[in-house]
Ligand binder design. Structure first.
Ligand SMILES: [Zn+2]
Length: 99
């Protein structure tokens, strides 16, 4: 049986930076599943002593934006970060509209 991955996850690789619309956080991909990615979030414990621990979290494919590739063509080269309404994403120099 062939597992079809979610269209949003096409081109996502381990180590890519993704942004979650749901949590309003950006994190690096630690594992990829057919319809979700596993990321590690630094969480500061409220107990003493305070510790920053890396907590794994599952983010659904339809709630994330891949920040490591061009949003329009998926290129990984010559991409720069822009933001729209506070949501960051990347565009390559070819897809970037002329200013
Ligand atoms: Zn592009």
């Amino acid at each position: 049986m062939k597992i079809q991955s979610h269209p949003r996850l096409r081109g996502v690789m381990i180590g890519d930076e993704v942004y979650s619309y749901h949590y309003h956080l950006a994190a690096r991909v630690a594992d990829i599943f057919p319809a979700a990615v596993c990321v590690r979030i630094g969480v500061l414990s409220t107990e003493t002593p305070m510790e920053l621990s890396q907590t794994p979290q599952l983010w659904r494919a339809d709630e994330i934006e891949n920040l490591s590739v061009c949003r329009y063509c998926g290129a990984r080269d010559n991409v720069r970060v822009v933001s729209e309404n506070g949501i960051p994403f990347r565009v390559c120099t070819q897809c970037l509209p002329e200013e």
